[in-house]
Ligand binder design. Structure first.
Ligand SMILES: [Mn+2]
Length: 424
């Protein structure tokens, strides 16, 4: 299924005059202090990649309840991302997980991406599952395994993923290493780190000149006692040792409860070592819930540091991606909500009075600093987002348009009710 410009125009028609009133109101409040055209341009430019594994229904170790019309092939996944992008014009990239989504015919896949106005974001390797035709098992680790032959298999897989990405025009590899231990004494921490570093060096040396590798960290799961890359410090240490093309990746769900993620962001950007971002939300752990659904203020504080870092450090441009699992909601609706939450937090951070905040901080005016942040956070910037979408040719209200066009019903008609998407 494809939506065209006329569809979007039709969907917007009835809401245009209300939108104009709301936007004019907001404009009169904001335009004294802010260059709204510049902010709108930033919002239009902001593109969040959709991972190929998040377009079907996810599950837990207890079960999975499919929702129907799920994409069965890489091509169908790309059509789904194309639908999201057509509705919001902020999702113009797809991130592939190999071997779940191997591009068998790169030429045709590139052509389809270009037809749908999509780019290929980071490619992701998978050494946390055994593949059917694999010679060795990753039960006791991959890049950190005690056996050099198993490590080599995992290294070769990562190199292969880079090669697939090269064919498609990706510029980065994300490594999330699931290696670790579930029992005290099982692993020698130092040796596990050293083996991992050596394996990553070989992968790093396979990167094309204009590529980066992002190193993701996670405190627990799938292992419950230790993870080889457990936190941002370990990720940063590896990135630092590897070289300029290696950077850390922050996944919002990969922290223990109450971790100050915004401070991690500030520190990594100060070091020019923040490469990528995986968005989701969580209450207990790596819950992979809709971005901004539980802790929107935290998301705003994170964006406040991201915007500050983008203005005041030389950190390279970031690779933005959603990394969530849609277990109960329609994945496409959930992704539309997530992208909207990300853009809203970004917009709020863009209207923070940075000069006043700096003055408040430098004069220990704690109350004043809080007022400045909360003034931005409590402003309703949804009309600004809608205006950016309108200018970009997207739907004023993407979810409403999605429902108006009965997209899910059409996808079920096309693909069937019992389809299952590869991935989570
Ligand atoms: Mn992630």
């Amino acid at each position: 299924m494809i939506l065209n410009d006329q569809n979007i125009e039709d969907a917007n028609k009835s809401a245009l005059s209300d939108h104009q009133k709301q936007y004019d109101n907001l404009k009169s409040t904001l335009s004294d202090k802010h260059d709204l055209d510049a902010i709108i341009q930033k919002l239009k430019d902001f593109q969040v990649a959709i991972p190929s594994w998040a377009l079907g229904t996810g599950g837990t170790r207890f079960g999975r309840y499919g929702g129907g019309g799920e994409p069965r092939t890489l091509e169908e996944k790309m059509y789904d991302v194309g639908l999201i992008h057509k509705l919001n014009q902020n999702s113009g990239a797809i991130s592939l997980h190999i071997p779940w989504d191997i591009p068998e015919n790169p030429e045709a896949i590139r052509q389809l991406a270009s037809n749908l106005n999509l780019k290929f974001d980071a490619v992701n390797s998978n050494t946390f599952q055994d593949q059917e035709d694999a010679k060795y098992s990753y039960k006791y680790g991959s890049l950190s395994h005690v056996d050099a032959a198993v490590r080599q298999q995992a290294i070769d897989h990562n190199k292969e993923v880079i090669d697939y990405g090269k064919d498609l025009g990706s510029k980065s590899l994300t490594v999330w290493l699931a290696d670790g231990s579930s029992h005290p004494g099982q692993n020698n921490f130092r040796k596990a780190f050293e083996r991992t570093y050596e394996s990553l060096q070989e992968i790093y040396n396979h990167l094309p000149a204009d590529w980066k590798v992002f190193i993701e960290y996670k405190p627990y799961e799938p292992y419950f006692y230790s993870m080889v890359i457990q936190d941002w410090g370990t990720s940063h240490l590896l990135a630092q040792k590897l070289g300029d093309k290696a950077l850390s990746l922050v996944d919002l769900g990969h922290h223990l409860p109450n971790t100050n993620i915004e401070q991690i962001v500030a520190t990594l950007m100060m070091q020019n070592k923040l490469g990528g971002f995986h968005f989701n939300d969580s209450k207990f752990g790596d819950d992979d819930l809709t971005v901004g659904s539980l802790k929107p203020y935290q998301l705003f504080l994170i964006f406040n540091e991201l915007v500050d870092g983008m203005l005041n450090t030389s950190n390279p441009d970031l690779s933005w991606m959603i990394d969530a699992s849609h277990n109960m909601k329609d994945p496409l609706e959930d992704l539309l909500q997530s992208v909207d939450a990300i853009l809203l937090a970004y917009a709020q951070a863009l209207v923070v009075d940075r000069k006043a905040l700096d003055q408040a901080q430098e004069s220990n005016d704690i109350t004043g600093a809080q007022e400045i942040l909360q003034n931005a956070y409590r402003m309703d910037l949804r009309p600004l987002l809608a205006e950016a979408r309108r200018q970009a040719g997207a739907a004023l209200n993407p979810i409403k348009a999605y429902r108006q066009f009965k997209v899910r019903d059409q996808l079920i008609d096309e693909r069937g009710l019992k389809t299952i998407s590869t991935g989570l």
